[in-house]
Design a protein around this ligand. Sequence first.
Ligand SMILES: N[C@@H](CCC(=O)N[C@@H](CS)C(=O)NCC(=O)O)C(=O)O
Length: 217
Amino acid sequence: MSLKIYAFPPSPRSFKVLWAANHLGVDYEFRLVDFTKNGQRAPEFLALNPNHKSPVIDDGGYLLWESNAIVEYLASLAAQSGVLPQETRAQLAVRKWLFWESAHWDPACAVFAVERVVKPLFGLGETNQSEIERGTLLFERVGSVLEGELKKHRYVAGETLTVADLSIGAVMSIAEQARFPIENFRAIQRWHNDLKSLPSWAKTVAMQTVPKTSAAA
Ligand SMILES: N[C@@H](CCC(=O)N[C@@H](CS)C(=O)NCC(=O)O)C(=O)O
C-alpha cells in the first residue's frame, strides 16, 4: 500500500509536505482535504487527525500529523538525499530550524497568510491593519535571523538544501499573495528565487489550485 498524503494544497503547511515528497522523489497518493467543504472536520478525517488540521500522512496504517514531523519522515524514506544528516550534532544543527519554524517563523508568516490569503479565499472579511502591523514587527525580527544565515551560505543550514529549507521555504509559495515584508531582505529574496527554480517547486505550485467546487462551507 502506498503512502497517502492528505492535504489542502493552497495551504503552506500542505505545500511543505507535498513539496518535500516531490523533491525527495517519494511516491505517494494525494488525497484532497477540501477546506471549502470543511473536509478537515469530517469524521473520517478527524480519525486521522483529531486536531482537524492538514497535512496528515498514512503510510500503510502509520499515521503522522504535524508538517515538520512528516518532512522528517519523508527524509528518512530518502536517506540518500542527505537532506537530514545522520550524525547527532550535524542533525540537530538542521533540526533546530524545524523547531524555529514552528515556534517563530510560521506564526509571523501566518499573520499575513490569514489577513491576505485566507480571508479573501473564504470571504472572511477585510484585512485588519493592526494585525498587519503586529505581523510586520514579528516578521522583521525573525526575518533578520533568517537573512543573517542566508547571507553566510546558500541555504538555511549550509551550502546544500536540507529539511530546514523545505520547512521554512514552503510558506514562500504564498509570498507574493501574502506580501511578506521582504523588501529589505535581499538574501531571503535570492534564496526564494533559488527555491522557485527547483523542478519540485514548480511541480508543487501546479498542485496549489483551489478545488473548483468552492462553495464556501
Ligand atoms: N502545526 C501544524 C499546523 C497545521 C495547520 O494549522 N493546518 C491548517 C492549514 S495551513 C489547517 O488545517 N487548518 C484547518 C483548521 O484548523 O480547521 C503543522 O505544521 O502541520
